[in-house]
Ligand binder design. Structure first.
Ligand code: PMV
Length: 331
């Protein structure tokens, strides 16, 4: 085979937004309209290896869970690798192999772990010496939410206004949080978050209002974090997600990720909450819901959910670590 000129490996965990990112101020650089807040989770990860090959021509190769990929998936990875190649001043094609413990494209934030791991592995393979902030900014170019998976636990993505100012940072907290993933469907989404955001921004009369509300939500969520107030945090988190989906539903034509069982799951969360437990739902670009709770109540809340939602896969996820890189580039 073709000799390898550089190899890098990295592992990243997916993150779920508590205060959402929905809409880009700059499509090319992926600068968001709003800042966002997320929790990086244990057990939803991507492990990626990148090898740059000693050839001046030839195309990139990609496998995801040992399945060769072409088309849009490969195109997106090649485009991302071009950013790395440009920075490292190399011309080499790459072989990328990636393994996931998270279903792909189902609104379970697989792109957040995928592009964070790819950024780490590609920088290591290219011999780039990069800081964590560089890695966050690079991961952002692959998928916005990926910039937050560079760090573990609670993370804030500062929207910024250009490539240099738009990156994520860890949020210090003593809060004991957990997220329960309620897997209603593992099927790939019918419309990508990229397309859905663009369509919401350009056609939804509620989009402006969502952007304004989101700024308040983030401010209040951070206050709740700093005062260790899970009730206030949970209320804002659930309201923020529903507002985002309301803006999507008001788009013309509507964008909807809801299935009947999504609503059933929301109802179950509300019941559990009125019984006095910590439970607030959030939802992304897919029909699944994630339930914010405290680490202490997580097992009990998961059991209550399983009782009310028979046959549904329900998993507790604790906060997880940020990007881990093998080789150079782990600045
Ligand atoms: O980074 P993307 O393009 O996968 O978009 C993520 C969008 C949401 O998951 C719905 C919200 C978020 O902040 O993660």
């Amino acid at each position: 085979g073709i000799p390898v000129i550089g190899r890098g490996q990295a592992r990243a965990n997916a993150n779920i937004a508590l205060i959402k990112y929905w809409g880009k101020a700059d499509e090319d650089l992926i600068i968001p309209m709003t800042s966002s807040l997320s929790l990086t989770l244990d057990g939803l990860s991507t492990r990626t290896e990148v090898e740059f090959l000693d050839a001046t021509a030839g195309s990139d190769l990609l496998t995801i869970d040992d399945q060769p990929q072409g088309g849009r998936a490969l195109g997106r990875i090649s485009q991302f690798l071009d950013v790395i190649r440009k920075r490292a001043d190399i011309d080499a094609p790459a072989r990328v192999s990636s393994y996931n413990t998270v279903p792909y494209g189902a609104g379970l934030a697989s792109s957040s772990s995928a592009f964070a791991a790819l950024a780490g592995a590609a920088c290591a393979a290219a011999g780039l010496n990069v800081s964590r902030q560089d890695l966050s900014r690079l991961a952002r170019r692959g998928s916005g939410s990926a910039c937050r998976s560079i760090y573990g636990g609670l993370v804030q993505w500062q929207a910024g206004h250009d490539d240099a100012s738009s990156y994520a940072e860890p949020v210090e907290t003593d809060m004991d949080l957990a997220l329960i993933v309620v897997l209603i469907s593992g099927q790939e989404k019918h419309i990508s978050s990229r397309q859905a955001m663009r369509h919401t921004m350009s056609t939804s009369p509620f989009y402006r209002a969502w952007v304004e509300q989101s700024k308040d939500d983030l401010e209040q969520a951070l206050v709740a974090v700093h005062t260790n107030d899970i009730n206030t945090l949970g209320e804002i988190v659930e309201a923020n997600a529903l507002s985002m989906h309301a803006a999507m539903m008001a788009a013309r034509p509507a964008v909807s990720y809801w299935l009947p069982d999504t609503l059933v799951a929301f109802e179950a969360v509300h019941q559990i909450r009125s019984d006095g437990l910590d439970a607030w739902a959030t939802m992304d670009a897919g029909p699944n819901i994630k339930v914010l709770t405290s680490g202490q109540q997580a097992i009990q809340v998961a059991e209550e959910l399983r009782e009310r939602l028979p046959g549904v896969n329900i998993q507790v996820h604790r906060p997880g670590p940020g990007l881990q890189v093998n080789g150079a580039g782990d600045g």
